[in-house]
Design a protein around this ligand. Structure first.
Ligand SMILES: Nc1ncnc2c1ncn2[C@@H]1O[C@H](COP(=O)(O)OP(=O)(O)OP(=O)(O)O)[C@@H](O)[C@H]1O
Length: 753
């Protein structure tokens, strides 16, 4: 019998042979679906395929048969073939360009550029072992049930009194983060995909579903091991045992992400592999600042609209000035471990009256004590940090004298010169390296270090000394929780930069590891902090080059300094080289005759070498507030380009609270809310400077001029009035036009939208 079928106007004639053939064909390899189902599936496909076929034309039985056969072969291969995950794999492959930043410069980086629309379809009809994607109806349910969405979208209300030396945790407990959206759930893979023990790795770019926060990682595995090397057999860390509860998970962000906390389980990695936070917190005896019983930070609200929740928010405004960059001992997380190496020791031997009044116990009168980061590490901290780094212990140089090259925002003397070439430390360093980098490149990294050491021996020793004292920086490690807000950025850095570096064996699908990163946006938003944090998390040496220093004071030998810095970085690898204001070196405005072009050429040569070397474990992080000045042809040097926005209300609240917590202050909840509101558009640096000015306020009311004789108890607490008095000195220094420019550039060339 001949039957006639019409698909969107396309008439087809079916003979019994056709039907039989189709059924037989589908039956060949399927063990999970009946022939009838497959024919249904196939018909569905035909419906879609033939929409753009020759509508309304009759076709011959022969043509129909050929078409049938052709598509049956094609689709049976996808549905039933052993490589049914080819689509996912090719998804990963096709994204290699993205990972490498080799994207065509004219292409914009748009969200959803790598949709995984096909994956759920394929998965859901393929193996029984693969869980189907969430149905669309689950989308809203999932979002609605997200703790982020459930929370209030309004400015946080502060329920507690803020009088006294409160800790930041008390102050902003219950605060939702306005910036974080649940969309970034630290997992790129479809949940079903992640459950497979496949070596194939996905693209690092989140699928739309993940961006929407719909796909959650699998339940957490047993206590994370971090980088196994850190607690197994490292001679540097003989007794170290990473406390699994040291960084309790944070509810403010998606379940897959816990900044500053124990590394989350991730669908990105096979089960049991934890997110990298390799630097273990050191134990600070007597530290009682924070218990683990604090109320967790309230879930971060998504923006009101669901569509907005699908994007990483990017908003920013002003930034200016220059100030101590090493607020490394802040605590912006409720669950910050009391054992964090970053948290400044509360010396219980010092009376309360001696604390938090603007006069630190060792501070000179001029410093006025609002210097949360300028305290040297305790000997215990130093010991711990030294154990991490596996390098000779030298005094912290963060916060030491200003260098035009290293651009240190510090006040302490530089650390003593220590040769970048490992001598007695060499073996220790090797072991550290071997523990922190478990990938297959370890052997070659070691040989690369040897080669760099040889080169360094032949270099100008004065130059090398200058680099090791001024550019190579040592200091207390920076934890994620030391950086207020920026949750999306932090998550992206963890997943797209740090994990592949720490576990190259797990990311073998990537053509090359991420080796360069551009942080762009307004000044004073924590880009240096982020770079330092990356170095800390990688257990890497940190070298900081200031482009403005190079093109002004050091112009004559700037290229040699760049060269020597990269050489030292290779000797000390793993290493992070941070270059601020990189637009000054890479600007398109530079003529060939310009002396700066020598620096540019040297930098590009070094970048080329880093990007092409599979051996070196050197990460280059550059910052700029003029990304548009980087020529199109040079953008490709940056594997990732991340917008660092201005702090949102929650982050500003965190910064203010944290800074004030070190002083005696009295602010009502309402006043605190007002401060948060009034600092809208401020950069993190602006906020910090505002606080610094305000805490000096109480001094002005003290009669007499001899401040040295004043006892701290005579000082009144810092009040709202003190802030009010200095607000006139501060205002957002960035225009809406500039903000729009960042948004546009981010849309076109950034990786976080
Ligand atoms: N997100 C943040 N969390 C905590 N502190 C911050 C943050 N952003 C800025 N700050 C404060 O501002 C200071 C400057 O930050 P940082 O140097 O990291 O900014 P930057 O973006 O590198 O700026 P610049 O490009 O001007 O050097 C920090 O020392 C800190 O006090």
């Amino acid at each position: 019998m001949i039957t006639s079928t019409s698909f969107y106007g396309l008439k087809m004639q079916w003979t019994p042979e056709h039907t039989q053939w189709a059924e037989q064909h589908f039956d060949i390899s399927s063990t999970t679906r009946s022939p009838a189902h497959k024919v249904e599936a196939y018909r569905g496909h035909l419906q879609r395929t033939y929409q753009y076929a020759w509508a309304n034309d009759d076709i011959s039985a022969l043509t129909a048969s050929n078409l049938l056969k052709k598509y049956a072969e094609k689709y049976s291969g996808i549905l039933e073939g052993p490589n049914e995950r080819a689509l996912l794999c090719s998804y990963s492959d096709s994204s290699t360009g993205l990972m490498n930043g080799r994207k065509s410069e004219n292409e914009s980086w748009q969200e959803g550029i790598y949709p995984m629309n096909c994956a759920p379809d394929v998965i859901s009809v393929s193996k029984a072992g693969m869980t189907a994607a969430l149905p669309p109806t689950d989308v809203s349910a999932s979002i609605g049930s997200s703790p982020g969405v459930a929370s209030s979208l309004s400015e946080p209300s502060y329920s507690s009194s803020n009088c006294g030396s409160h800790t930041a945790t008390t102050l902003h407990s219950g605060l939702p983060s306005q910036e974080y959206t649940a969309s970034y759930n630290a997992s790129y893979l479809h949940s079903s995909y992640s459950s497979q023990n496949t070596p194939a790795l996905p693209s690092p770019h989140p699928s739309p579903l993940h961006s929407a926060g719909l796909l959650q990682p699998p339940p957490p595995p047993p206590p994370p091991t971090l980088v196994p090397s850190y607690n197994t057999g490292s001679p540097n860390l003989p007794n170290y045992n990473y406390p699994p509860t040291g960084y309790p998970s944070q509810t403010a962000v998606g379940p897959g992400y816990s900044p500053g906390g124990a590394p989350p389980p991730s669908a990105y990695l096979p089960s049991g592999i934890a997110a990298p936070t390799p630097i273990p917190p050191s134990t600070l005896p007597g530290y009682t600042y924070q218990s683990h019983n604090h109320t967790p930070i309230a879930p971060t609200p998504l923006n009101g609209s669901t569509s907005n929740s699908l994007k990483r928010k990017a908003f920013y405004m002003s930034g200016h000035g220059d100030m101590d960059s090493s607020y490394g001992n802040f605590n912006y997380n409720q669950q910050r471990s009391s054992q964090s190496p970053m948290y400044r020791i509360t010396d219980s031997s010092v009376s309360d009256s001696n604390r938090g009044n603007g006069f630190e116990r060792n501070a000179e009168a001029s410093s006025l004590a609002f210097k949360p980061t300028k305290q040297p590490m305790s000997s215990d901290q130093q010991r711990k940090f030294n154990m991490h780094s596996g390098r000779a212990l030298t005094p912290p140089s963060y916060g030491s004298t200003k260098s035009s090259v290293g651009d240190l925002r510090t006040s302490e003397p530089y650390s003593k010169f220590g040769s970048p070439i490992m001598s007695e430390q060499t073996e220790e360093h090797r072991q550290h390296l071997s523990h922190s980098l478990t990938g297959p490149d370890l052997g070659t990294a070691t040989s690369s270090i040897h080669a760099a050491e040889e080169q360094l021996k032949n270099s100008d020793s004065n130059l090398v000394e200058m680099v090791t004292t001024e550019i190579l920086q040592q200091g207390p490690p920076v934890d994620w929780s030391d950086i207020a807000g920026l949750e999306m950025v932090k998550a992206a850095i963890k997943e797209e930069i740090l994990w592949p570096i720490l576990r190259p064996d797990m990311f073998s699908g990537l053509a090359t590891l991420p080796r360069s990163l551009l942080l762009f946006g307004p000044q004073g938003t924590g880009r240096t902090l982020l770079a330092r944090c990356m170095a800390s998390q990688l257990g890497a040496a940190f070298l900081r080059l200031s482009s403005s220093g190079l093109v002004t004071k050091w112009l004559g030998e700037g290229d040699k300094i760049i060269q020597a810095s990269f050489l030292v970085a290779r000797c000390r690898q793993p290493a992070v080289v941070f270059i601020s204001e990189v637009d000054l070196l890479l600007s398109a405005q530079l003529s060939e005759e310009s002396p700066v072009s020598r620096l540019k050429a040297e930098l590009l040569m070094q970048l080329d070498s880093i990007l092409t070397s599979a051996e070196d474990h050197v990460l280059v992080v550059c910052s700029t507030n003029k990304p548009e000045e980087i020529p199109e042809s040079l953008r490709r040097y940056f594997t990732k380009r991340l917008l660092i926005p201005l702090p949102d209300g929650t982050a500003r609240h965190q910064i203010i609270s944290q800074l004030l917590s070190q002083n005696n202050y009295c602010l009502s909840d309402k006043e605190m809310s007002l401060l948060v509101q009034r600092t809208e558009g401020f950069s993190g640096l602006d906020v910090a400077q505002l606080c610094q000015e305000a805490v000096v306020g109480p001094l002005h009311g003290i009669p007499g001029t001899d401040l040295s004789s004043i006892h701290p108890s005579q000082m009144r607490p810092v009040s709202y009035q003190d802030f009010d008095n200095v607000f006139c000195k501060f205002q957002p220094s960035i225009s809406q036009k500039e903000l729009d420019m960042y948004t546009e550039w981010n849309k076109m060339f950034g990786c976080s939208q």
